[in-house]
Ligand binder design. Structure first.
Ligand code: AP5
Ligand code: MG
Ligand code: ZN
Length: 214
């Protein structure tokens, strides 16, 4: 099963993608997590990506596409994957479509996690992220069992550099301009499914599994 998660920054793509990955035993691939890991490890890619991420802008397509295609070519992706944060522009979607069609394959679903902008600004300031395994928590809505510690891998949780209010506003603007057109792109391909992302995370997940198992 090959799934794309769409949605604004903070809509809950990562939260849901991780749940899908656990349930269906497929890898969760987040371009944002790959970039953040590279930033943390001080790689050349990380230093390049950080210039854009800290401003809330998109990392150039050329760089992002290369990273993603390398990742989905790995062995663990043979039975499927859930993409979180990719594609994010029409050119990215077109490249993915071309590559996947060439190997005689297809994306099964593009799931749009729909959350209005007002809710997002409130969510982001409470988010805490694990830069080791990519898990996310929320100080009020989804608190970790032990404050400041990742439930999944035991490492320290941090506030992401790009979660400051001004940067979040910029990310939302970039989303509406460059990423939202993908909704029409995947509607035309007949694989778009929309779920209400303002519900409790378990209810969002139930809506998603209902789609995947229908
Ligand atoms: P990326 O890491 O993809 O960030 P994003 O799209 O801005 O999305 P977020 O990770 O912020 O949100 P999310 O939807 O995953 O929400 P989450 O589950 O954490 O990208 C970061 C940057 O990398 C980009 O700005 C760009 O620079 C670069 N980049 C990445 N991919 C790229 C690409 N393809 N092309 C170019 N550049 C790229 O949830 C948010 C919070 O809400 C959490 O605290 C969570 O616990 C909480 N929450 C989740 N669900 C619920 C719920 N149902 N109710 C209440 N709270 C909830
Ligand atoms: Mg995320
Ligand atoms: Zn972790």
């Amino acid at each position: 099963m090959k799934i794309i998660m769409l949605g604004a920054p903070g809509a809950g793509k990562g939260t849901q993608a991780q749940m899908i990955a656990d349930q269906y035993k497929i890898p969760h691939i987040s371009t944002g997590d790959i970039f953040r890991e590279n930033v943390k490890n001080g790689t050349e890619l990380g230093m390049e990506a950080k210039k854009y991420m800290d401003k809330g802008e998109l990392v150039p397509d050329e760089l992002t596409v290369r990273i993603l295609l390398d990742r989905v070519a790995k062995d663990d992706c043979r039975n499927g994957y859930v993409l979180d944060g990719f594609p994010r522009t029409i050119p990215q979607a077109e490249v993915l479509d071309k590559e996947i069609t060439e190997i005689g394959d297809k994306i099964d679903y593009a799931i749009d996690v729909d959350v209005p902008d007002e809710n997002i600004i409130r969510r982001m300031s409470g988010r805490r992220a694990c830069l080791s395994c990519g898990s996310t928590f929320h100080v009020e809505h989804i608190p970790p069992k032990q404050e400041g510690i990742c439930d999944r891998c035991g490492k320290e949780l941090v506030l992401r550099d790009d979660d400051r209010e001004e940067t979040v506003k910029n990310r939302l603007g970039v989303y509406h301009e460059q990423t939202q057109p993908l909704i029409e792109f995947y509607t035309k391909k007949n694989i778009l499914k929309t779920v209400d992302g303002t519900q409790d995370m378990q209810d969002v997940f139930a809506a998603i599994t209902a789609i995947l198992e229908s």
